[in-house]
Design a protein around this ligand. Structure first.
Ligand code: BES
Ligand code: MN
Ligand code: ZN
Length: 496
């Protein structure tokens, strides 16, 4: 990513495009006011005519503005309010990225840091712009024989910082934005990959390669023999029908004192979910290659944290398996014994995410975590509850839950809490084992969370059900990279 800083007079700056933030069109401030003066009120005139919609992210591209050195001037509305919200500023960042990448502009100077954003500083605004620039340029052509030329749309962006003393804050924000966007890119790439390529073994190799690029990350991979020794009967019951060996992938990053308890992230890594013997209907089943998006987000976060050298201790664990029918597959009614010792009646082999996660949740207690967050495309029911906009959040700890909620709000990668009260816990009852793996049709996401909570007893824990947000369907089918922004915001907030 090519982003530089400048404090030069925007009026005299030579560039392909000068980007200005327009708040109240009647009272231009900052760079917009400078440009307006230099051009003898040219901007004010246009704005009076109402040529720029007063809606955050609305744009107007002008050519040859009088007395301005830049070839073009791009006006971006900061909205109609007196100040701009974080969500609206993200819209401005995205609008900027879209216009710069889809035009003939090769280099631009942006004055969007002029915008007053509620509750956020220069660093955050710089991050938003850098992130939008990379995220907007995302292409996935791994499986295409003709690749797109990424360089063709690359723009050189200069951020106008106003004052040299701001440069350090701005640089810091840019590096956060770049790392988060790269992390999202990793998550999207892994999600979008075909399931015959992205297998549990592929994810294990991916972790080992991550360690090569980031030596600060320690990687251990457990295969089925080792998992059997640990008595992970629940996890192994999911891969039983598959030719692909399940892997438990553990990545450890130490950025703080050894005495500081780690944050542990656990990702659901079902590289393909057929449903097993409780097989899914065939329509749209291809989308079940995305059933490892929790794992993908965990890889993205580990990469970004190592890239930023954050002062925290982080452990990421991925429970990777393929859920297939087959002669050796688990059957409805089979009873398996989890690593915790609890027995589980597998009433539906399609409720496999919780079966791999519960053993991972037992295993990670050995890291003596401060907090644990699992991330999983766990239930179709969360889409019924929250649609494709919001991640489902469940937790055994109010403070941790609040931290995640706030992180979602300020990263615009939102989550919303659902209860896991005893009324719901009671829906999990089995005549034959300690608990069943399903709790009936009602409150499907909650009973899945309740199931996990039974195994997350030794630490503060939260569960993110990302089934509705991890990928898009239809013409724009593809992984979103969520909830990498939420998790990064959560970790960054813990660092400060
Ligand atoms: N991976 C699915 C959840 C899912 C479904 C995510 C559709 C995104 C879109 C999960 O393994 C699953 O199959 N869950 C079942 C649970 C049920 C059997 C209790 C579901 O949601 O139908
Ligand atoms: Mn399933
Ligand atoms: Zn699944």
């Amino acid at each position: 990513m090519n982003i530089t800083l400048s404090n030069a007079d925007p009026v005299k700056l030579k560039s392909g495009c000068l980007v200005l933030s327009i708040g109240n069109p009647k009272k231009l401030t900052g760079c917009a006011s400078d440009v307006n003066q230099a051009s003898d009120g040219y901007l004010g005139e246009l704005l009076k005519q109402g040529d720029l919609q007063q809606k955050a992210g609305a744009t107007l591209l002008l050519h040859r503005v009088p007395n301005i050195a830049a070839q073009r001037v791009l006006l971006i509305s900061a909205g109609a309010g007196s100040s701009t919200s974080a969500i609206d500023f993200d819209k401005m960042s995205l609008a900027q990225a879209k216009i710069l990448s889809s035009s003939a502009i090769k280099d631009a100077t942006s004055c969007l840091l002029d915008t007053e954003v509620e509750g956020h500083d220069l660093s955050w605004k710089s991050r938003s712009m850098a992130q939008a620039l990379i995220v907007n340029g995302y292409q996935f052509d791994l499986h295409k024989s003709v690749k797109t030329d990424a360089k063709k749309h690359a723009v050189k962006l200069t951020l106008h910082t106003g004052d040299r003393k701001n440069n350090k804050t701005v640089t810091n924000g840019i590096s956060h934005g770049v790392a988060i966007a790269n992390g999202m890119q990793t998550a999207r790439d892994l999600g979008n990959m075909a399931a015959n390529v992205c297998t549990p073994a592929y994810l294990a190799d991916y972790a080992k390669n991550l360690k090569k690029a980031q030596p600060s990350v320690k990687v251990t991979v457990l295969g089925e023999t080792q998992m059997a020794k640990l008595k992970m009967g629940s996890l192994l019951s999911v891969s039983a029908g598959s030719e692909e060996e399940a892997k438990l992938i553990c990545m450890e990053y130490k950025g703080a004192k050894a005495t500081q308890k780690p944050v542990v992230l656990v990702g659901k890594g079902i590289t393909f979910d057929t449903g097993g013997i409780s097989i899914k209907p065939s329509a749209g089943m291809d989308e079940m290659k995305y059933d490892m998006c929790g794992a993908a987000s965990v890889f993205g976060v580990m990469q970004a944290v190592a890239e930023l050298k954050l002062p925290i201790n982080l452990v990421c664990v991925v429970a990777a398996a393929e859920n297939m029918p087959g002669g050796k597959a688990t059957k409805p009614g089979d009873i398996v014994t989890s690593m915790s010792g609890k027995t589980i009646e597998v009433l539906n082999t399609d409720a496999e995410g919780r079966l791999v996660l519960c053993d991972a949740l037992t295993y990670i207690a050995k890291y003596k975590p401060d907090v644990v967050v699992d991330i999983a495309t766990l239930t179709g029911a969360v889409i019924i509850a929250l649609g494709n906009h919001t991640t489902g959040l469940m937790s055994n700890d109010d403070d941790l839950s609040d931290e995640l909620y706030q992180a979602g709000m300020s990263s615009n990668d939102k989550c919303w809490r659902l209860p896991i009260w005893d009324e719901y816990q009671n829906q999990l009852s089995s005549n034959f084992a300690d608990l069943p793996n399903i709790g009936g049709r009602a409150a499907g996401s909650i009973t899945a969370g309740c199931f996990l909570s039974r195994f997350a007893t030794e630490y503060r824990w939260a569960h993110l059900d990302i089934a509705g947000v991890a990928w898009k369907q239809g013409a724009a089918k593809g992984a979103t990279g969520r909830p990498v922004p939420l998790l990064m915001e959560f970790l960054l907030a813990r660092c400060s």
